[in-house]
Every structure is written in structure tokens, then in C-alpha cells.
Design a protein around this ligand. Sequence first.
Ligand code: MRU
Length: 351
Amino acid sequence: MRTVIWEQNQVWVIDQRKLPLTLEYKKCEDYRQVALAIKDMLVRGAPAIGATAAYGMALAAARFCNLERPGFLQKMEEVSKEFAATRPTAVNLFWALREIGQVIEYNRDKQPGEISKAILQTAEKIVGDDIDTNRAIGRHGNGLIPPTANILTHCNTGSLATVEFGTALGVIRTAHGQGKKVHVFVDETRPRLQGARLTAWELVQENIPATLIPDNAAGMLMKDGRVDLVLVGADRIALNGDTANKIGTYNVAVLAHENNVPFYVVAPTTTIDFDMESGRDITIEERTGEEVTHIDGVQIAPQGISVYNPAFDVTPARYITAIITEKGVIQGPFGDKLRSLGGKDMREVKP
Ligand code: MRU
């Protein structure tokens, strides 16, 4: 299942807010609709956000390529800033915008039409690479999964959170596909319920055995010896291994540590922030209190209560057993291991 599709100067995204009841693609004909789809969480999950923003930039380029070169370049800078302002934590967004920005810079002496073609090619490459990367992550991660395993996961890391296949859920898919007897405990993931709405839905679609649990049941399951390992995704990994992921991930990591359960972070190297030394500097998105006081529009808390609703937390590297990437499994302690994974340079993409 593809989360984001480019078709004749239109971008189609799955409206994930409607799942699991309805699978519906929304058409975006203008880059602003794409930006809104990210901001309003029709599209969510770090790699999916990056890929969608890349297509959004391509949509903007197609719209503005009739302008003179200076006007076009100015517009593209403004559009990039609009995308950067949609969500602050997942670094894949900023990575994708930087890749596109470098391609614009490399081709800046060409005609806007040519630059626009290079932007679309780059977006297509970001999308295609994400799929290949996830399959590689699945293969590497599968090596850590025993023939029979109870796996606990938090939030959504499946096809819906990426372009296709998924990261942590991609590892589970791979292990299941290889005939391993995997069973997944799915944290419901309050308040947006990505576990209940999205992960559970993906697992049911593929007949992978799974049990949905309230977030606060994870500790008891681990204490009772019913969880063999934890697999979670990431929104931003600092160079020391500190990892921002969906709120509640830190709780799971501490519980795993207390109960000697291996805790794996599964993410592409595009989720590593090579400019950030430690998780202390990661910006944590705060979302509206209504996500906590209401469920599907129904008020469940008294009017007037104040709410704190951080969307992510940072798990210190010391709680992370290993980070599973497309380049291999990086065992903790991480030292300088993440820095040496480096980045990719896509400036060579030409029209
Ligand atoms: O707020 P969201 O739904 O965008 O947050 C998503 C997560 O935290 C995911 O676990 C993370 O992006 C990993 S995606 C493979």
C-alpha cells in the first residue's frame, strides 16, 4: 500500500484520520493542500512526512515554473519555509527539504522548467529510496527476531508511516513473511491512537497475530515475562543515540530496561540528525489540548481543565539496545558509530 502517490501534477495521500473505518485517498492539486495534509496529520510518521513534503515541493515548482528565474527561486524558498513550519520534530521533513534545496541550488542557473524537472526527479528518488530502505531495514532487523517472539510496539511504524512497507513494522512483516511465529502487542498510543487505529489495522490486514493493549498495560506484560523484545520507530535520532519518538516511548524504554527486555529503535539513516549531538536539543511538538480532552469529538474531561500534550518524548541512548537501519544494526553504546553512517548527497540529480 502506497501512502503518497504522484500522478500528473497531483499528489494523493491517504487520509489517515479516517482509518481504520475508511481507507480514503485525498487529492492535493496545490502545494498548500499538501502542507495542510502534513500539519493536520492526514499524513503522519517521519519518513511519510519527508516524502510527502518532497512531492509538495515538486507541486509548487510545477505551479511556479512559468515565473522568471529570480521570482521562481524566491517562491521556492518561501514554499520550503512553509513546509518546514508544518511539524517541528521529525527530522525527515527537514532532510527532504534540504535535499530539494540542494538540487535547486545546484541547478539555479537553469530555466525554471528544468529546475522543476530536477525537483520532481529528486522527489521520486526520495520516495523510491524510502521503499528500498525499508526493505533493507526489514532484512537487517529480521536477524534479531527469534523463531518465536512476542514483540511490543508503540505508535505506528508501518506502510502508513513511510512510503510503503514500514520500519519497525517492516521488521515484523519480514519476520512473519519468513515463517517466524511473531505475535505483536500493540500499544494503543494515546492521545491520537496511532497504535489502535493504524498499527492494529495494518496487522489485521496482513493476518499477523496481534493484541491491542492500553498503553499502561505494557509494564505488567513485561514484568510477567510476556514480551521478548520491543521495536519502535523514531522521529529524530541525535548523534549520541538519544531518540525522539511518539510520546510514551520513553516509558516503554524504561520498563524494558527494568525488565531486561531488549529495546530496539528501527529507523532509516535519514532519521539521524547529523547536526545534533544530543537529544537535549530536539524540539518537541506540543499539540492542542483537545486531543486529550476529546475522543472523536466527544468531551471526556471537564471544561476548563488545563492540558499538557507533548507529541513526542526523548529516550536516552542508554536505554536503547540497538538501532536498526538500512545500513545494518548499530549496537549500543553508540559512541561515534552513528556519526560514521554519514549522509547521502543527491545534488548530482540533473534534469
Ligand atoms: O505524530 P506522528 O503520528 O507523526 O508520530 C509518528 C511517530 O512517532 C512514529 O512512531 C515515528 O514517526 C516513526 S515512523 C516510521
